[in-house]
Design a protein around this ligand. Structure first.
Ligand code: URP
Ligand code: ZN
Ligand code: ZN
Length: 461
């Protein structure tokens, strides 16, 4: 099967040019002036961008959390991702307390295989660092599950103490993997949260108040220091606060291999959204939404590459039946927001149209940097011969309104309800196959493949 995408502007992280793209089978055969060839399908991209399919390296399909499960399955969540121009996700498999990494990983393979409609990889959440799980880390790296998320937050659930984190970091220094850190001081947060609750401050708004930015800054600084001592790179997930960005920036200025992502919710939403009574539960995630002054700093961080990429931390819970487990006690609201479908358009609208970043930097933060950071370089994240033909014909002028009534995520609300955005994915291809065309699903069920990734140790330029 040969497909020609003609007359578009190919946008890569490194530059843009008017060029045709010839696809042969699952990969890109040629980019540039394509000679007259017989093709099975021709897609006209005049006036459109042709970008590499976006990569979301932080999703939680079916995550058990807060007494319930994230609502999107690998089928519904990856389909929604594709509608939004994302053709690869990396989801977090979970080691249960007392369980093995192997059991956790097997469970995630079972959830995804035959259900995901785009390609996917896994990181591993470690909630029990011990001699056995440390040994298992090496095996997982060999199987292409190259990154391990640890937490300084959520005491009694996922939190690891500094010794455990340091041991995992030492191990990755040998196996070439990468440590991902959820950096907030969970024990200190729990003290303030209990005090707020005792004082009658039970609404979702107080979730945002008690998780001080300085708690994120302190933990970020701490885990970067631990990584420095262990001689490994560290990647901070879902960075939300200026205090944490300062810690990353300072470390990077010293030449430390510290990296970080932020998420659209921290760029576009704020503490105010947590107000309005229990409606604010729709916006409960951790770290929490911050005051608007933090947003400006995060945009600067993206401009200056102190933040390397943008992921979603997609972790959807219905407002009715899930978020309302926490009525009367903000501590019991399941933490997490939907967003896998909206990231590419929000970053185009707020970032490119909004004047913060170029269209090339937009491709860098949603696609190219994720590929480089997480062992998919050359295969994903680029429009180049030999790469998988994961491509999006993107209309930079199309306008639409984000709404739960039209989105494809399996969740009963949108954090961006009513927001007008400029830019949208017209045609989405995954390994040469058109899976979304003008708002209709064309892909086969369960067609996504597991991606065995190469360890990078965070070695990105
Ligand atoms: O609130 C969040 N972020 N939920 C998902 C779990 C995590 O910490 O990433
Ligand atoms: Zn987290
Ligand atoms: Zn997460």
């Amino acid at each position: 099967m040969r497909t020609l995408i003609a007359n578009g502007t190919v946008v890569n992280a490194g530059g843009s040019a008017r060029a045709d793209v010839l696809i042969d089978g699952e990969t890109i055969a040629l980019v540039g002036a394509v000679p007259e060839v017989a093709v099975d399908r021709r897609i006209d991209a005049a006036g459109k961008y042709v970008i590499p399919g976006a990569i979301d390296v932080h999703t939680h399909m079916e995550l058990p959390f807060g007494g319930t499960f994230a609502k999107d399955t690998f089928e519904t969540g990856t389909r929604a991702a594709a509608f939004g121009g994302t053709t690869t996700i990396i989801d977090f498999a979970v080691q249960s307390r007392g369980g093995s990494l192997r059991d956790g990983l097997d469970a995630w393979h079972a959830k995804a295989q035959g259900n995901a409609v785009i390609d996917y990889g896994f990181h591993m959440i470690m909630s029990d660092v011990n001699d056995d799980s440390l040994r298992e880390m090496d095996a997982l790296v060999g199987e292409g599950v190259t990154d391990f998320k640890l937490f300084t937050a959520y005491p009694g659930v996922f939190l690891s103490d500094d010794g455990a984190i340091f041991r995992a970091m030492q191990r990755t220094a040998h196996n070439g993997g990468l440590i991902l850190m959820h950096a907030e001081n969970g024990p200190a947060i729990d003290v303030v949260a209990a005090q707020a609750f005792e004082a009658g401050q039970t609404d979702p708004y107080f979730h945002g108040v008690v998780r001080y930015p300085i708690f994120e800054g302190e933990a970020t600084n701490r885990v970067i220091s631990l990584a420095e001592a262990a001689g490994v790179a560290v990647y901070i997930v879902h960075l939300s606060a200026r205090d944490a960005l300062d810690a990353v920036r300072t470390a990077r200025d010293r030449g430390v291999n510290a990296f970080a992502e932020t998420c659209p919710q921290y760029l576009f939403l704020s503490l105010e959204d947590l107000g309005h009574g229990f409606e604010g539960a729709k916006f409960i995630c951790s770290p929490p939404l911050r005051t608007t002054d933090h947003q400006t700093e995060l945009w600067k961080g993206l401009v200056k590459d102190d933040l390397q990429l943008v992921s979603t931390d997609h972790c959807p819970f219905d407002f009715k039946g899930q978020k309302d487990l926490g009525r009367g006690d903000f501590r019991k609201v399941p933490n997490g927001l939907p967003g896998v479908e909206d990231r590419v358009d929000l970053m185009h609208d707020g970032g490119v149209v909004g004047g913060w970043i170029s269209k090339e930097r937009w491709v860098e933060v949603v696609s190219a940097a994720p590929a480089r950071m997480f062992g998919l370089e050359g295969r994903k994240g680029t429009v180049a011969p030999g790469a998988d033909a994961d491509l999006v014909v993107y209309d930079p002028n199309r306008r639409h309104v984000i709404s739960a009534t039209t989105h494809h995520m399996n969740v009963d609300y949108s954090c961006y309800e009513g927001r007008h955005v400029q830019g949208g994915s017209d045609v989405v291809l995954s390994r040469g196959e058109v899976i979304v065309e003008n708002g209709t699903w064309q892909g086969a069920a369960g067609r996504g493949r597991f991606l065995k990734r190469q360890p990078t140790g965070g070695a990105i330029r």
